[in-house]
Design a protein around this ligand. Structure first.
Ligand SMILES: [Zn+2]
Length: 199
């Protein structure tokens, strides 16, 4: 089975080829160099992210590690925002509990300690929660990004393109948006192809 490095390299190479074709086609149709360069750039970056998605279901994989880190960051940051928003209530609760008053720098130390505790809790809890959601490698979650991505692309195509099908082609913004939406999906397709799950 291809490892993470092989998946990434493969997705970047085939994504680059698809991106060159898409950018050339776009330039041929609309003659807008900036839009074509944008789409080409998207196809050099987003397939590498897409190819990471299927293997987030593997407990020992690099993509799982990256997912965990991302979620720990999101939880801590989200919690920090909520704590900051309610800091006055929180500090008055802490002062009435400890029966002392706090000056500004002490308040920041208390808030910092709470956020740090939150970070430790997320660091301990997130990997377990993710493992509970995705217990087995190459289970249904392995190909879920393919279906989610495909339905997203079809949904957007339905909204933007079908009303125009018989009349005219989509405008440049819709074409660019469609291409950028396909780019991460391409990474997923490349991944599953290399794993032999598409045939
Ligand atoms: Zn895989």
């Amino acid at each position: 089975m291809p490892g993470n490095e092989e998946h990434r390299r493969g997705a970047v190479i085939t994504g680059g080829v698809v991106g060159i074709i898409a950018a050339a086609g776009l330039f041929h149709l609309y003659g807008n160099a900036l839009a074509s360069v944008g789409v080409l750039t998207a196809f050099f970056i987003l397939p590498a992210i897409g190819t990471d998605l299927p293997d987030t279901d593997s407990h020992s994989s690099l993509p799982r590690k990256r997912l965990n880190h991302l979620l720990i960051g999101v939880c801590t940051l989200g919690g920090a925002v909520v704590i900051y928003r309610f800091r006055e209530t929180l500090i008055s609760a802490v002062s009435s509990w400890t029966q002392s008053t706090y000056v500004a720098y002490q308040e920041y130390i208390i808030i910092g300690a709470i956020v740090f505790t939150l970070f430790l809790a997320a660091k301990a809890g997130v990997p377990k929660a993710v493992q509970a959601v995705m217990p087995a490698h190459r289970g249904p979650m392995h190909s879920a990004p393919l279906w989610i991505g495909t339905f997203a692309v079809l949904g957007v195509a339905g909204i933007y393109y079908i009303p125009f099908l018989s009349i005219q082609s989509p405008g440049l913004p819709e074409a660019v948006f469609g291409a950028v939406l396909v780019a991460p999906l391409w990474g997923v397709i490349d991944h599953l192809g290399r794993d032999g799950e598409l045939t």
